[in-house]
Ligand binder design. Structure first.
Ligand SMILES: [Zn+2]
Length: 368
């Protein structure tokens, strides 16, 4: 009798395990649900080639998520004062929407909220048009930017407690999501160095983690009204000092406790460029879904992709679904990237976003 029971159990186990394997081969998405690419939205002059790149390079590699950093490279109608001088028209955006739809690629537009409101010595369009939103109006933009500097200026932030700021930024968030027909929005929110500054009459004395989490929740709740999901970079949610990950890749300014305060349906883009750090596990254990983002080092990207598969394979069912996949990030404009990709600009280094992208998707498609 015992033998029968053992034989029956073995049969059940065999059937279950082969059906699980069967599911994997039938549904390749279960290995790597998000296979993403993140880049600045193209300038109008690069649009045609970028559309071709989506069609001929992203689609065959089975990229299914395209995060496009749009910021003010769109001819906003709700806030024309925020447009870049050269910016995509609605008709041009619809070409991107069409090629992505044909290839089953989900577009997630990005506009930097909270931080990154300036770059080096240049102020961004939001604070140029609305200087009253500046968290640190006392910090003047330098003629020649250097880091480090006495002001601790990396990028400007807007004040999350300014009573007028959300009317403006949510206007452009809604418009950019509408024009891209998007069900998700990326708010950036990385490398926020200025938060809860003592000169700010609204924020001084407040907990930076509470301020950061409050802003995440506000954006998330606004998007949720139209059934949209919020994606953000993960660095402000990691404790830089304890982990040794430093002040860009992680937080040295006490925002990291926000990881326990933000809604669990916010998607975390966990970027690590120099090492394949294992932080996705930590985000997943906090109840947050996560993608790993490499940049320019092919060997790390391959290791990170293997880790992502391993995390999914070795986790409980509750944890597994939070390990969403990989997003290749490109931090140049689309134009310079395409120059490099199509060989018009040579880069002899092996550590380039082009090489990293190719190696990452070779690995993902090999695993699939
Ligand atoms: Zn403030």
């Amino acid at each position: 009798m015992k033998h029968y029971l053992v034989a029956w159990l073995l049969t059940v186990c065999f059937v279950l395990s082969s059906s699980a394997q069967g599911n994997v081969s039938e549904k390749p998405d279960t290995i790597m649900p998000v296979r993403g690419f993140c880049i600045a939205a193209p300038q109008p002059s690069d649009l045609q080639e970028f559309v071709r790149f989506i069609d001929e390079e992203l689609a065959p590699r089975k990229v299914n998520t395209l995060i496009l950093r749009v910021d003010y490279n769109y001819q906003y109608e709700s806030h024309p004062e925020l447009r870049d001088s050269i910016a995509l028209s609605k008709q041009e955006v619809k070409k991107l929407v069409a090629v992505c739809r044909e290839n089953n690629i989900r577009i997630i537009p990005q506009v930097n909220l909270l931080g990154h409101q300036s770059w080096a010595g240049s102020i961004g369009n939001l604070l140029k048009a609305y200087p009253e939103f500046d968290e640190t109006p006392q910090v003047r933009m330098p003629e020649k930017y250097v880091w480090p500097n006495a002001d601790g200026l990396y990028c400007k932030s807007y004040c999350p407690l300014h009573p007028g700021v959300h009317d403006v930024v949510f206007g452009i968030v809604d418009e950019i999501c509408d024009v891209f027909e998007a069900d998700a929005f990326h708010a950036g929110m990385d490398e926020v160095f200025y938060i809860g500054e003592k000169q700010c009459p609204r924020c001084s004395g407040r907990d930076p983690a509470g301020l950061f989490a409050g802003e995440v929740r506000k954006i998330r709740d606004h998007l949720a009204l139209k059934g949209r999901t919020l994606w953000i970079w993960g660095d402000r949610l990691i404790d830089g000092k304890t982990t040794g990950l430093g002040e860009w890749e992680a937080s040295y300014n006490n925002t990291h406790r926000a990881v326990d305060m933000i809604p669990k349906d916010v998607i975390i883009c966990d970027w690590h460029y120099e090492r394949p750090d294992q932080t996705p596990v930590w985000f997943a254990m906090k109840g947050l879904s996560v993608v790993t983002c490499p940049w320019r080092m092919p060997e790390n990207a391959v290791l990170q992709a293997r880790d992502m598969v391993k995390f999914r394979a070795n986790s409980t069912p509750e944890m597994k679904e939070r390990f969403l996949g990989m997003v290749q990030t490109v931090w140049s404009g689309a134009g310079p990237f395409l120059d490099n990709y199509y060989g018009r600009r040579k880069d002899e280094s092996k550590n380039t976003p082009v090489n990293c992208f190719k190696a990452l998707f070779d690995e993902i498609n090999r695993i699939q």
